[in-house]
Design a protein around this ligand. Structure first.
Ligand code: ADP
Ligand code: MG
Length: 678
């Protein structure tokens, strides 16, 4: 009794914060929730969707006597854990008590938990193992505008869950979709089963932002200089406040920084960069107070994930880089596109948080008419192998008639099925195999899971190393490289110490791992060696969890004696997982063996970057991508010995690309026929 009195009811928690719009409007929202089983909640950033809806939904569940928890998804791990801290505070309860979180490899919920914050990946996993999702009564998909593969897939699967529940006479799960910028009709129609009316919109507290446009369109090369000129204008106008500039990528950020240094009197300003290649400390610099006026040159990171105080001016290139997967080549391309209207509005909103603001758009007002309202969702521009495997796991046979909010391309589906078949995850009928089931359990990208499964055979002799490599390849780039050319050169020499093997970048990763372990997982060691310690910490976590999954299956790494690193064994196993990323050196450079369209250049960061290859040599790469300028790079590479190739690639495909294409077609036809026959 005494412990209970310490805890706040949802009503008490919301009363404490009722200066926040959602908390203020709780009466109206409660009414909407009662009337509509599913609905869309739109409210500006900071209006309280993420932190205030949870308590409201607990109340609603109790009032309607629904059975199960409330679940709220977040797109990222960090958001999930920090939001659960905040709501636990509001409810005066411990994390893991009434309020809990569940992220990959870290479940902090208990039987007491009423509200679980989880990543959308975890929700997907839960549906895979419980098709009725009986644990939950209400699910809110938050930040739905991100339209990640997981978000789209979860929404589709939740509809299936509800159909199954209906058949068994169980109450349906109530689905709430929330976001600041979202296609309201599309979502309301989709989760409302054809009814567009069920959505609520909440006005936030924003100061006005005045928008300026260019009179003429700029060339791509003109943006850095145009931004610098704009800064000069702002400084000369006497207008106060920090300035945030949106550029599409690191290259343009560097160019803009240089233009500012050349064009603007920099004595009273501090220029800061923000992009994903920087280390966490470097990224954090943008939040630190400064004596000088801050000018932050950023990629899209600043658009959604972070809020920076003190920004009065936004300068927006209106451009964004996004990943576009080409199912014909099996290669990801980073494309430069005009950003969608919802995105540029979001950018504009970074000014006007704390005072009236200004948004200087480096594009014409006319260009608005040709821009998309919303960005193309990931499902229509990604490699779908993980999505299709997840769908097969829950027994969806006919991928193409699945009710996605927006349908993926047929070619991408075919590519994914092909790849999964090559990896042994699907059989010739397109059904999931034992290998496929094992892959799902490992919760890691199919090609990495395939490597681990291959290495888990006792004869492989390299399971430990492969688990380490999988955990590195699962994460972001561990090497931090400063943008300053002089410093970059010094850092390259520091990194060179890890590059002891000249035929494989994977052995470089193993050296990094060994150094990190020997340092006692030291943060300062990581920093001194220009390695991203967050990436290293995550690799430790992923590796541990992989070992856990393996040990549940009775496979352990400690029992195997490994006198020394077995380089050949590692190479063979890597090639099995990366069967789709094998490159052959032809007269006109490296090409993928199953697609000879574009030449692929070994990235200078690879140890293979300076090797002279002979024609007919093979390499593999864990990371092939085409840059925004149309050049295809391969990084994380290794040299492949001819004898490994013999086992991997069928004889007929090896020497002539023509015959390989033929074989490829044939096997696809066999697959199609077998599907028809069923
Ligand atoms: P939304 O999801 O609509 O963007 P949130 O629910 O995340 O909004 O936040 C609503 C408001 O709650 C914020 O504007 C801020 O004032 C407050 N808030 C959220 N998290 C915290 C926190 N960890 N500490 C202090 N205030 C917070
Ligand atoms: Mg939010």
């Amino acid at each position: 009794m005494e412990t209970y009195s310490r805890k706040r009811t949802p009503e008490m928690a919301l009363a404490l914060v009722d200066y926040i719009p959602v908390a203020n409007l709780r009466g109206e929202i409660r009414q909407e929730l009662r009337e509509h089983p599913n609905f869309v909640l739109i409210g500006e950033t900071g209006s309280g969707k993420t932190t205030c809806l949870g308590p409201l939904l607990i109340e609603l569940r109790d009032e309607l006597k629904l059975k199960g928890k409330v679940g709220i998804t977040q797109p990222r791990r960090i958001a999930t854990t920090s939001v659960s801290d905040r709501v636990s505070d509001m409810m005066d309860s411990d994390v893991g008590g009434r309020i809990g979180y569940h992220v990959r490899y870290d479940d902090n919920t208990s039987s007491e938990t009423d509200l679980t914050f989880m990543t959308d990946g975890i929700l997907l996993k839960k549906i895979q193992y419980d098709p009725l999702l009986e644990e939950f009564a209400i699910i809110m998909i938050d930040e739905a505008h991100e339209r990640s593969l997981n978000i789209d897939l979860c929404l589709g699967l939740l509809k299936l869950v509800n159909e199954s529940r209906a058949r068994l006479g169980i109450n349906p799960i109530r689905i709430i979709v929330s976001s600041a910028t979202i296609d309201r009709n599309l979502f309301a129609d989709y989760i409302g089963y054809g009814d567009k009316t069920n959505s609520v919109e909440i006005q936030g507290q924003m100061f006005p932002v005045k928008v300026f446009y260019e009179k003429e369109e700029l060339q791509i090369s003109d943006y850095p200089m145009a931004a610098a000129k704009k800064i000069e204008q702002i400084l000369n106008s006497g207008s106060q406040g920090d300035i945030l500039i949106f550029m599409p990528g690191k290259k343009e950020i560097d160019q803009t920084t240089e233009s500012i240094l050349n064009e603007v009197d920099c004595s009273d300003i501090e220029i800061l960069q923000l992009h994903s290649e920087l280390s966490p400390e470097e990224q954090n610099k943008i939040f630190l107070p400064s004596q000088k006026r801050k000018i932050i040159v950023s990629t899209n990171i600043a658009e959604t994930s972070v809020t920076i105080d003190g920004i009065i001016h936004v300068i927006d290139s209106g451009l964004v880089k996004q990943i576009q997967f080409d199912p014909r080549t099996g290669i990801d391309q980073l494309v430069l596109v005009e950003h969608a209207i919802s995105g540029i509005s979001q950018r504009m909103g970074r000014a006007g948080r704390t005072a009236p603001g200004f948004c200087h758009r480096l594009f014409t007002e006319k260009s608005l008419s040709r821009r998309q309202e919303f960005q193309t969702p990931e499902i229509q521009r990604s490699n779908l192998s993980q999505v299709i495997l997840a769908m097969k796991k829950v027994g969806i046979e006919d991928i193409e008639s699945f009710d996605f909010i927006q349908q993926p391309d047929r070619e991408s589906i075919d590519h994914a099925i092909d790849l999964l078949t090559k990896l042994g995850a699907l059989d010739e009928h397109g059904d999931i195999t034992e290998i496929g089931e094992f892959m799902v359990e490992l919760s890691i990208e199919p090609k990495l899971a395939r490597m681990i499964i291959e290495a888990s055979d006792p004869s492989s002799n390299c399971l430990n190393e492969i688990c380490i490599l999988a955990s590195f390849l699962d994460g972001k780039n561990v090497f931090v490289r400063p943008s300053d050319p002089f410093l970059a050169n010094i850092v390259d020499n520091i990194h060179a110490r890890f590059k002891t093997n000249k035929e494989s970048d994977f052995l470089t990763y193993l050296n990094v791992w060994q150094g990190y372990v020997q340092s006692g997982y030291s943060e300062s060691w990581a920093q001194a060696n220009y390695l991203n310690e967050k990436v290293l910490e995550e690799a430790v976590r992923v590796r541990e969890e992989l070992l856990n999954v393996l040990s549940l299956k009775g496979i352990s790494i400690d029992s195997r004696a490994r006198p020394k690193m077995n380089v050949d064994a590692i190479g063979r196993v890597l090639a099995v997982g990366m069967i789709d990323s094998i490159l052959r050196n032809t007269k006109s450079g490296f090409k993928k063996i199953d697609n000879t369209k574009s030449e692929i250049f070994i990235h200078p960061s690879s140890v293979l970057g300076r090797v002279n290859f002979r024609e007919g040599d093979y390499i593999l790469s864990a990371d092939i991508f085409m840059d925004a300028y149309g050049k295809t790079h391969a990084s994380s590479c290794m040299y492949l010995k001819q004898e490994w190739i013999r086992d991997l690639i069928p004889q007929s495909n090896r020497y002539s690309e023509k015959s390989h294409k033929h074989a490829h077609k044939k096997s696809r036809n066999i697959y199609r026929n077998s599907r028809k026959r069923r």
